[in-house]
Design a protein around this ligand. Structure first.
Ligand SMILES: NC(=O)c1ccc[n+]([C@@H]2O[C@H](COP(=O)([O-])OP(=O)(O)OC[C@H]3O[C@@H](n4cnc5c(N)ncnc54)[C@H](OP(=O)(O)O)[C@@H]3O)[C@@H](O)[C@H]2O)c1
Length: 298
């Protein structure tokens, strides 16, 4: 099958492309500007520059590649940036998704959308797939609106929601653990929230679940995350201990201590029973995920 991936230069997109190719699928990675993936020379892999908010570029790429499946991993995923630039966030996260859905429909592609725990308000986590949504910030609202567009898609679709993804950044953006590692190695203090509860997700578990959903054509909404509820502070301390770095440099902070533009949900995290039962999903423990994240780094 031919799979088109958006946001392929990003943290999650990178891993998804890698695992799709490993599974023997033909991948067209797309992103803004030049290819930043490490996979360039694989015969199953090609790259095209495509801004998914540009309908002309999207149409050209879809007409050339004719994807059997689209993995929409691209987004503006920074809550504070979305809160402060709402029009841009809407254009990217909602209108961009609609443009991709319109083009996917012309090829009857299976459409897989990556979404977030931020569609929930965080008053009743951990959440199952059917629990009521109620985003507390603009990023969450755009992702929920995009989910609604995906649910209206006339062909097969899947929505894969995930939570606080960590792992080695490859060429994508930094994540919480790599930021903590950098600060501690430099002997600098870092402030981390201790009143936001999440079930962090190891990035390769997420990518494997996405490949499995595509291979099984498993339609509907899926919660894919780790299985342990921790605060970002607790996760950071685990990382410091694993790396044998000075955990006293990690300072606990609480909501309201930082002037953040976007409100964060208090307690999200996922119930992953559906994925365990129907996909055979078995995430790594946090300890195992940390080991993989930092292997070869220290
Ligand atoms: N990381 C997490 O903890 C997490 C948690 C829950 C859900 N998610 C979801 O997972 C998905 C991927 O997140 P990520 O962590 O991999 O984020 P990321 O590293 O920021 O990757 C997103 C990618 O999308 C690209 N992009 C943005 N707008 C685009 C456009 N108009 N046209 C083409 N490419 C565009 C970005 O390009 P540039 O690199 O050129 O800016 C970036 O490479 C997002 O949908 C996010 O909402 C992530």
């Amino acid at each position: 099958m031919k799979v088109l991936v958006t946001g392929a230069n990003g943290f999650i997109g990178n891993y998804v492309c890698e695992q799709l190719v490993k599974a023997g699928l033909t991948v067209m990675a797309t992103g803004k500007g030049d290819c930043r993936l490490l996979l360039k020379s694989n015969p199953l892999f090609s790259y095209r520059s495509m801004d998914f908010t540009n309908p002309f570029e999207v149409d050209l790429v879809f007409e050339d590649f004719k994807p059997g499946c689209v993995v929409h991993a691209g987004a503006n995923g920074r809550p504070d940036v979305c809160e402060q630039n709402q029009m841009q966030a809407y254009i990217n996260n909602v209108e961009g998704t609609v443009t991709l859905l319109t083009n996917a429909a012309a090829h009857q592609s299976f459409f897989l959308f990556i979404s977030t725990d931020f569609v929930f308000d965080g008053n009743a986590g951990p959440y199952a797939e059917d629990d009521p949504t109620n985003p507390v910030n603009y990023y969450g609202r755009t992702k929920l609106e995009a989910e609604e567009a995906v649910r209206d898609y006339e062909h097969d679709w899947a929505i894969v929601r995930t939570v606080l993804v960590f792992g080695k950044p490859q060429t994508g953006r930094e994540n919480i653990l790599t930021l903590v590692q950098k600060s501690l190695l430099a002997g600098q203090e870092i402030k981390i929230f201790d009143d936001q509860y999440r079930t962090p997700t190891y990035v390769e578990d997420l990518a494997a679940a996405i490949v499995s959903i595509i291979q099984k054509k498993a339609t509907g909404t899926w919660h894919i995350s780790g299985n342990e509820m921790v605060t970002p502070y607790q996760l950071s301390v685990m990382a410091a201990r694993y790396l044998n770095l000075d955990e006293s440099l990690i300072c606990k902070i609480y909501s309201g201590d930082l002037a953040e533009a976007a409100k964060r949900p208090h307690r999200t995290g996922f119930i992953i029973e559906k994925a365990v039962k129907h996909l055979g999903y078995k995430p790594l423990t946090l300890e195992e995920g940390l080991k993989k994240t930092f292997s070869g780094v220290v």
